[in-house]
Ligand binder design. Sequence first.
Ligand SMILES: NC(=O)c1ccc[n+]([C@@H]2O[C@H](COP(=O)([O-])OP(=O)(O)OC[C@H]3O[C@@H](n4cnc5c(N)ncnc54)[C@H](O)[C@@H]3O)[C@@H](O)[C@H]2O)c1
Length: 274
Amino acid sequence: MERCGPRRGRVIMSLEGKVAVVTGGASGIGAACCRLLAARGAKVAVTDRDLPRTEALAREIGGHALALDVATQAANEAAAAEIEASLGPVEILVTSAGVLQRPLRAEDLPEADIHQVVNIDQIGTYLSAVAFGARMARRGRGSIVTIASISGSRGLPLHAYAPAKAAVIEMTRCLAGEWGRSGVRVNSVSPGFTMTPAMASAIQAGERDPALLEETSALGRMITTEDVAEAVCFLASEAARAITGIDLPVDAGWLVAPSWASYGGLPPARGNAA
Ligand SMILES: NC(=O)c1ccc[n+]([C@@H]2O[C@H](COP(=O)([O-])OP(=O)(O)OC[C@H]3O[C@@H](n4cnc5c(N)ncnc54)[C@H](O)[C@@H]3O)[C@@H](O)[C@H]2O)c1
């Protein structure tokens, strides 16, 4: 029988010696993933279109830095070839490169914003997954974690971003089927409202209200980048060896809370939690 004690847990959550690549790794959620992957023993390639910040984080965690703009197939293919030549076969890919969107009325959303969000968040995620995933599939081993969003599961005033994230959740399912027999698992993590540099500037610009972001979740709080990184590292590890094609929300219960409004709202805290 399999041992499930804490000792066994530490072993299967370990990422010792595995080569891991993170796109959009220089900031926010991607940076937290780089730090935790490195802390669990992975050899991390930090990639981002912002090279100075990529190099700074790679120095901090003892990783490898590479400039990568995920929006083109050629750049993703070149990055996969270069990283594998210098670090060896990639076993873990985390796709965190992405941009947020201003909440605008549909008729006010500029066409350029739609193209930018779809090109980076949706098409960029797909191109990265295919460049690295095809190599994993040929070797019969690997785990990909895409960063989607709770926006991909609900209607919101984010008319480009929410559909692009829904596409990430769906492409994750498609790729899980594509490469399942080749030993590659593909899952998505959907963060709730996470305090990152991108979120901080949206709050500063008056595009998000932090009090509302906290209030609308069951747990009554926002998400930290470390909360998301923990879920990513779990899905990337052997502990998740039978899990593929899922979307794991890390949202403090934002997806379950709003429907309570029809019954007068969430009940107040009981007992000592009050
Ligand atoms: N912050 C949130 O509340 C939240 C919630 C759900 C999902 N997400 C998703 O998490 C991911 C990370 O967001 P974040 O909040 O950490 O933002 P962030 O701005 O802190 O980090 C995003 C990183 O992606 C990089 N990037 C942007 N476009 C790129 C491109 N074309 N190629 C390569 N790198 C590129 C940026 O340079 C930046 O370093 C995004 O996919 C975002 O949609 C964020």
